[in-house]
Design a protein around this ligand. Structure first.
Ligand code: ATP
Length: 140
């Protein structure tokens, strides 16, 4: 059976991850506490749910444990991001990927149980730099 993904936080990053997986035919649940964000993304995910993921009961009702990978794409609200990862870990989620705003935030996310932390701006900067070099190699 193919992998099932849950994406928490439907901002620019989370919705891009969700949409890409959905376009690759994976089952994707999008979760955001903001109903507007849910409505904007409803056609790009398999299911969309409005919930505050710092509420353990809400996560239990969603059945978050059944997903193979949960991506925590909450950024600006660092407290909500850390608390969400902690709860997911305590609930026994198999694989947690989380987005960090900065180095310190990333360290805390690993400490509370994230399996992988991504830094979208930093990681994309590295990728663009590498692309520039390989483009140069091809050009000359
Ligand atoms: P991006 O940089 O990806 O565009 P953003 O700056 O729009 O993100 P963030 O603060 O990083 O916004 O949050 C991303 C999403 O996470 C928002 O849509 C926000 O509503 C949602 N979010 C924040 N806190 C919670 C929470 N406790 N439960 C569920 N969703 C949340």
């Amino acid at each position: 059976m193919s992998k099932q993904f849950a994406i928490i936080g439907m901002g620019r990053f989370g919705s891009s991850v969700a949409r890409t997986l959905y376009e690759m035919d994976f089952e994707v649940m999008g979760i955001d506490e903001n109903e507007e964000r849910i409505n904007e993304n409803i056609q790009y995910v398999t299911h969309a749910v409005a919930a505050d993921t710092t509420d353990e009961r809400a996560l239990r009702e969603i059945g978050i444990r059944n997903f193979d990978v949960v991506v925590v794409a909450i950024g600006a609200d660092i407290q909500a991001s850390i608390l969400t990862v902690l709860i997911l870990k305590e609930m026994g989620v198999k694989k947690i990927v989380a987005k960090a705003q900065n180095e310190r935030h990333g360290q805390v996310l690993y400490k509370v149980g994230a399996d992988r932390v991504v830094f979208p701006e930093r990681d994309m900067g590295v990728r663009v730099a590498h692309n520039l070099i390989s483009a140069n190699v091809l050009d000359f």
